[in-house]
Design a protein around this ligand. Sequence first.
Ligand code: GLU
Length: 468
Amino acid sequence: MTRYHGGMSAPTTRFAPSPSGLLHLGNVRTALFSLLAALPDGRFLLRIEDSDRERVSPVFEEALRADLRWLGFGAYMDEAAVLRQSQRAAIYNDYLKRLEGMGRAYPCFCTQAELGAERARLRAQGLPPRYLGRCAVIRPEVAQGRIAAGETPVWRFRVTEGEEVGFHDIVRGPQRVATTLLGDFIVRRANGEAMFFFANALDDALSGVTLVLRGEDHLANTPRQILILRALGLPVPEYGHLPLVLGADGVPLSKRDGSGSLAALRKEGFLPLAVINYLARLGAVVGSDQLLPIAALAKAFDSRRIGHAPAHYDREQLLHWQRLAMAQTPVAEWLAWVADCVPEADRQRFVEAVRPNALFPEDFRRWAQIVYGGRLVLDDEARAAVAAVGAQFFRAACAHLKEGGAPSDLPAALKAAGYAGRPLFHGLRAALTGRIAGPELKDILALMPRTLVAQRLLEYGNADAKDL
Ligand code: GLU
């Protein structure tokens, strides 16, 4: 029987990314579920799976660490205790030696051609391909001789045929695989590197991980990992394989093509709390529809209730959480954010005026450009609104200012000149801000410097009707 260490109230979980690309939302969700499952009393570990030197890069490692810090994971993980597989080759070798000593691992000298022929034979008989154990019977001293003579074998784990490996996946339920189907599998490559799933299983066991939550693309590794850990007498964690996250096109998000990368969302201006609250509910049940900080999300999250249907990335949902996160950001943060582009005396009023229209932090700065900046580019709707009222409208507006009228009284002055309703407000707003929607017009008129208001109105007042 597998010894399960999971199911305890305070699990140790981990996130074990390979730094071979930018984290996408599927990866981030795995990390988040692992963290939420561990809180409040368990431990959450980060392990860098960088042993496949051809695919990994320190650039991606730094990027993923920065992503995790940005998400707010820093408070819950000990960065100094992060394991890196590239530094643990000696440990993996040591456990391979133990397996060899027990007769559970052996060197295999079969060539690619021999293995290919074996697979083809099995397929021709309608059987799944597996290694049939040709080198399993080579005597150890003979194998030693061949190695001494310069051959470079791979190492295989010796599977006991005719058994079953069973485990309970906390997402997918009971799983069973016949060992006979596995065949003796490779645990170390000819170049001396441990196979990914061998190192991965050892690291989990040695660092006391009790619950492994990971993508379902690793499901096929689990029976082999359980066999290895059992053979070594190491604790077997509990496993939960999360369904992949599919993009809008129905294709799983992928680290290598950068789809749905967290970096791209960060650049766009999504806030960490929005991303976290969105992902916590993507295929899982959170007993609250409020925007919650990580610790509170963990309380409302149940790792036993993760769904097994594929999850779909839905930008509209993410935007919903973004709106809540923006609304919840303290005004003081926005005051600091616009400190270099909004005059101090206006700052509070500016932030309050723009806030209902700001979906991303950058929107505050964009509106600062509009309210305090120089040249304006009108969008199509704004151009139409300006043309609809005509040059005469702007001449009336300029006359009001020339007579010493306040910008705030422009709507009243234009009403007196015979304009009304939507054309009046859209025309004015379009000429002043370049668009027909945005913060309240009265706020814009109160904030925008008088000379800028005059300059923008004059531009259209002087134009010929055909230029509008
Ligand atoms: N390094 C693996 C990956 O990035 C993680 C495997 C696991 O979580 O066990 O997909």
